[in-house]
Design a protein around this ligand. Sequence first.
Ligand code: UFG
Length: 327
Amino acid sequence: MNILVTGGAGYIGSILTEELVANGHTVVVYDNLVMGHRAAVHSKAAFVEADIADTGVLTRTLKEHSIEAVMHLAAYTSVGESVANPEKYIQNNYVASVSLLDAMVEAGVTRIVFSSTAAVYGEPKKLPLTEEDETSPINTYGESKLAVEKALWKYNENHGLRFVALRYFNVGGASLHNGEWHDPETHLIPDILNTARGKDEILEIYGNDYPTPDGTCVRDYIHVKDLANAHILALNALDDFSGVYNLGTGIGNSVREVIEAARRITGAPIPVKFIERRPGDPAVLTASAEKIKRELGWKPQDDNLDKILGSYWLWLQNNPNGYDDKV
Ligand code: UFG
């Protein structure tokens, strides 16, 4: 199939592109390189450097490459930033996504896999979260993604657009070729391993007074390769139906547990200090992934912290400057 991957030069998009190419698909990476890296674009993919808000370029790209499905990952993804600067998230994650849907309708493209998030749930009333649970985001990041999900249902009803929205929980790990590299970095696993290798002096832990066993937030960490694989299953299911799936493992790990695992794997002491809670952080987020396992046959292979941390640690050893010294 001819597939457009928005955000294909980013962390998850680049690894998804690897999997798509390995499965015989023809990929066009569409990325404005604000967060993505030119060196992360797969050598077998075509590359269009543009913004999804640029409807003219987008519609032309869909038509010229005879795109049959879109995988829409391009977005800003920092929970804290979305609280501090909500307009950025409304504009880029929601408004621009709707213009992408319009471009698809205009070009006659009827399939989309959308990167949604666990942040759509807000503070859970029960755990693990299922797709039927109430959505009540507590940050603009989650709101912006939920608004796109709602738009997808409308475009489904009114334009026959078929979609799968994948609600990612906490994605980590690396492939041999690509890994997470943001500037500034706000995500826990890169922050921990950057402290382990001395790039950062100390890891700041946001809060130790959450209602969790050790006082730090609990999250459900999923390996990026398992996540990429779920997109391929979603793509294959799009002929039959539209729907929403959680992508997590059901296993919760606290911030302290992730740090302990990283100390074990790296042998580094990883100094930490506790600071105030970060606004917009729910105490616990864990997924029930039964629906995607049952309906799409998803089988995570690397669903443990050691494999997630180990693969990213290896990538950092091989790429100490990330993409900064590559062209
Ligand atoms: N944290 C720290 N110190 C850091 C970084 C993070 O204590 O330096 C804590 C956070 O407060 C949070 C946990 O580690 O409790 C995980 O934080 P991340 O920023 O790594 O991830 P989030 O849970 O905030 O968000 C991530 C993705 C979102 C996704 C969400 C779903 O960034 O896109 O998981 O759970 F929606």
